[in-house]
Design a protein around this ligand. Structure first.
Ligand code: PEP
Length: 263
């Protein structure tokens, strides 16, 4: 048990998965597991991030779960408000649909969809200004790690957003450290390496904001039921952003349980 006052978060990032029928089944299975009521709602926030067209539907399906499960958007527009922006979904529109959480800066968005610092700052600022809670993802590539640049890269990614986060908005920011080489590869950072990076992130956050000690720092990168207990035992790992394993109700449930019971 750690002395941290941070309630852990376990968030499933479904990415561009699954098909509708499988999503319905996944939610049903997960809700059934939650009926065991052995994940104390005060000990762990749980969220799932479905594809955008399924957000409100999944949210409705989760309403009668045995404990609150947040519905999280995977992305948000860099444009605020409403208007002639074909294909975009703004923070205000998410809020209007009672979606209160959003991922920003996932490495797949940075690498595949051109989300650069300017775009990420706009997305983050819009989301926070609309009153959403942002899970901001950071992480280094394998090449950067091998060059000894991991810490520098990750801290820079946090410094990048600092200018657009107002002092009172840090309480609505969660950081997810996701080393890119560990995402979807089956390779997890060792708990010691992950803890070391999380401690550095914590130090960095404390220098940026007086709320730094209270910001949850999640780990992401091939988290599964088999390694969750060990990761959850690390003092600065306040939860997990889970990709592949969140598509299996039992695995996701075990991961949430590991974090709820370790803190
Ligand atoms: C992710 O993409 O956020 C992620 C952590 O994926 P996976 O768990 O599959 O590595």
């Amino acid at each position: 048990m750690s002395n941290s006052t941070i309630t852990p978060w376990v968030v499933g990032n479904w990415k561009m998965n699954p098909m509708h029928a499988n999503a319905v089944q996944l939610v049903q299975e997960f809700k059934q597991l939650l009926q065991q009521q052995d994940i104390d709602p005060t000990k762990c926030h749980i969220g799932v991030a479905p594809i955008s067209i399924a957000l409100t539907q999944i949210q409705t399906q989760l309403k009668d779960a045995a404990r609150p499960i947040y519905t999280v958007a995977q992305d948000v527009s860099r444009v605020a408000g409403i208007g002639a922006y074909t294909g975009e979904v703004s923070a205000e529109l998410l809020k209007d649909s009672a979606i209160e959480f959003v991922l920003v800066g996932h490495s797949e968005r940075r690498e595949l969809f051109g989300d650069d610092v300017a775009i990420l700052k706009a997305k983050l600022q819009n989301a926070l200004n609309a009153g959403l809670t942002v899970i901001y993802c950071v992480g280094e590539s394998l090449e950067q790690r091998e060059q000894g640049l991991a810490e520098q890269v990750v801290l820079q990614q946090i410094c990048d957003i600092a200018p657009v986060v107002q002092a009172e908005q840090w309480k609505n920011v969660v950081i997810a450290y996701e080393p890119i080489w560990a995402i979807g590869t089956g390779k997890t950072a060792s708990p010691a390496d992950a803890q070391a990076m999380h401690a550095k992130i914590r130090e960095g956050l404390k220098q940026i904001t007086s709320s730094g000690a209270n910001i949850a720092i999640l780990y992401g990168g091939s988290v599964k039921a088999e390694n969750a207990v060990e990761l959850a035992a690390c003092p600065d790992i306040d939860g997990a952003l889970v990709g592949g394993a969140s598509l299996n109700a039992q695995s996701f449930y075990q991961i949430a349980k590991a974090f709820a019971q370790s803190k």
